[in-house]
Design a protein around this ligand. Structure first.
Ligand code: HEM
Ligand code: HEM
Length: 223
């Protein structure tokens, strides 16, 4: 697979971004599997996903370098300009998510919030199993929310298929290996963008905050 012939192996994705990404992949697959007969595991996997998504959103503001939303979320003009160059068969050199990919990142995070948010209130058909907040709503509403939970999962599946197709498109058409960068954190770029990391206390604060919120939610606010 070709990379820019002249260039440097630059640091791109920090550890937290990569760990969150691959844990999301594993836990979403696990949650899907466990949604049939293992609702207890489904809920626990879901609480971990809540913590991961909350942490990633926090990190988009408090983190550094390519993790920051402000580094990759662009306006419609930039998105349109980037989209116009999409068909070109050149190696992608954006030091982070490109303006179009940024939309997909935001969409996945938004749908994940809906997914876990509806899960908290969802209840199964015989009212035997439910999310930790399902007893705060009527059974009928809990069932309706369970339908939204299922619908949101369809949307998540569609986004993930599109996401993986985009990554493959970059690999096969644009000859750019984005997957390796999400594993090692480094990508060959024309020059080192010199991305600055965030101080470690912000990482610790984010992990503690996200875990605490997920824990409180898992208890249905009954501490
Ligand atoms: C449940 C499945 C998946 C979800 C929810 C997901 C979600 C995400 C999210 C939210 C990001 C943004 C990363 C960040 O800035 O924090 C991302 C990026 C990325 N994902 Fe996934 N992903 C999934 C599956 C996969 C798979 C299977 C692959 C490999 C084939 C993959 C490869 C990548 C790559 C290479 C990037 C970086 C793209 C870039 O360079 O702009 N993802 N993914
Ligand atoms: C990304 C995370 C999640 C995914 C992908 C997911 C996916 C699913 C799927 C596919 C179903 C089966 C829907 C059906 O066939 O009726 C389901 C059911 C369910 N989920 Fe989740 N879920 C997630 C998070 C959560 C969370 C955080 C909770 C609550 C703590 C939760 C609670 C439930 C409950 C109670 C059901 C049963 C509803 C019913 O029987 O209709 N889920 N989930």
């Amino acid at each position: 697979m070709a990379e820019p012939s002249a260039g440097v192996r630059a640091k791109l994705w920090d550890g937290p971004v990569r760990i969150v990404h691959w844990l999301l992949v594993v836990l979403i697959a696990f949650s899907w599997w466990a949604s049939g007969d293992h609702l207890n595991w489904h809920r626990w996997s879901g609480y971990t996903i809540i913590a991961l998504v909350l942490f990633r959103i926090y990190w988009g503001f408090a983190g550094g370098g390519a993790a920051k939303f402000s580094s990759f979320v662009k306006g419609p003009k930039a998105v349109a300009a980037y989209a116009a160059t999409l068909g070109k068969r050149d190696v992608a050199t954006t030091p982070g998510h490109n303006p179009l990919g940024a939309l997909s990142v935001l969409a996945i995070l938004a749908v994940l919030l809906v997914q876990v948010g509806t899960g908290l209130f969802a209840v199964d058909i015989d009212a035997f199993e439910g999310g930790p907040l399902s007893d705060r709503v009527s059974f009928e509403l809990g069932r309706e929310i369970a339908d939204w939970h299922e619908l949101s999962f369809r949307a998540l599946q569609a986004l993930v298929v599109l996401h993986v197709a985009a990554v493959l498109f970059y690999w096969l058409w644009k000859r750019t290996n984005l997957i390796g960068a999400m594993i090692t954190g480094r990508r060959t770029l024309p020059s080192d963008p010199g991305l600055a990391g965030a101080p470690v206390w912000r990482l610790i604060a984010g992990v503690v905050l996200a875990a605490a919120i997920a824990w409180v939610l898992s208890k249905g606010f009954r501490l």
